[in-house]
Design a protein around this ligand. Structure first.
Ligand SMILES: N[C@@H](CCC(=O)N[C@@H](CS)C(=O)NCC(=O)O)C(=O)O
Length: 213
């Protein structure tokens, strides 16, 4: 199936938290970029709705995002797994991803793990330890900048993270970085990472990124 063909039996339901939550946001962006129809159900984390029995039936650890799809026998948890499932099923012509087994796919995986593991855990730690928040954000940003610099040695002309084009690698890392703006704790745009800024704004201006907000 190509990324533009979605059958009528595809009835996806995505349970999310507040719009800027990076694990949820990267899924919303990817579905919107691919034009995959889905129903978005926002779980009111601020009111503890995720601890209610109906939601724990779907997500036993009370976490969003969760994808419910007729193509799987049970709800799919973990944003990385949801992301992979969407790519495999709806991006078969690799509009926003890279073909399995290619060097670009390996780099794409690098960035997906960087966003989900390294950036996310630093941001969660920073959230809980507000006193240390500035140091932690700096650590995240410096890591991002140094990775960008390393990649730019091989691809100096492109603003994108992998293979000279916008992909799920950009979507995942961007959703994490966008959360820094929501938290508004650090003015990272004053730090002089011009390439990162250019990349950030290019993604922010995309229709598929604005759509699900
Ligand atoms: N590793 C999980 C993390 C999910 C996660 O921590 N979600 C947060 C929202 S960003 C949540 O549901 N928090 C509710 C809670 O922990 O009470 C993923 O990537 O899906």
């Amino acid at each position: 199936m190509s990324s533009t063909e979605v059958t009528s039996s595809d009835k996806l339901v995505l349970y999310t938290g507040f719009f800027s939550s990076p694990p949820s946001r990267k899924i919303v962006i990817l579905l919107d970029e691919l034009n995959v129809p889905y129903e978005k159900k926002t779980v009111a984390l601020q009111n503890g709705e995720h601890f209610q029995p109906w939601f724990k039936e779907i997500s036993p650890r009370s976490k969003v995002p969760v994808l419910v799809t007729p193509h799987l026998p049970q709800p799919l948890l973990e944003s990385g797994a949801i992301h992979d499932h969407i790519i495999q099923r709806y991006d078969t012509d690799h509009k926003f991803s890279f073909a399995p087994g290619t060097p670009e796919e390996a780099l794409q995986t690098q960035w997906l793990y960087f966003a989900a593991a390294t950036m996310n855990s630093n941001q969660v730690a920073a959230y809980f330890f507000r006193v240390q928040v500035k140091a932690d954000w700096e650590y995240v940003e410096l890591q991002l900048a140094s990775e960008r610099k390393r990649l730019e040695l091989g691809d100096a002309e492109s603003v994108w993270l992998v293979g000279g084009r916008y992909s799920v690698a950009d979507i995942s890392v961007w959703a994490q970085l966008a959360f820094v703006d929501v938290m508004a704790t650090v003015e990272w745009k004053t730090w002089g990472f011009k390439e990162v800024e250019r990349w950030y704004e290019a993604i922010l201006s995309r229709d598929g990124v604005k759509k699900g907000q």
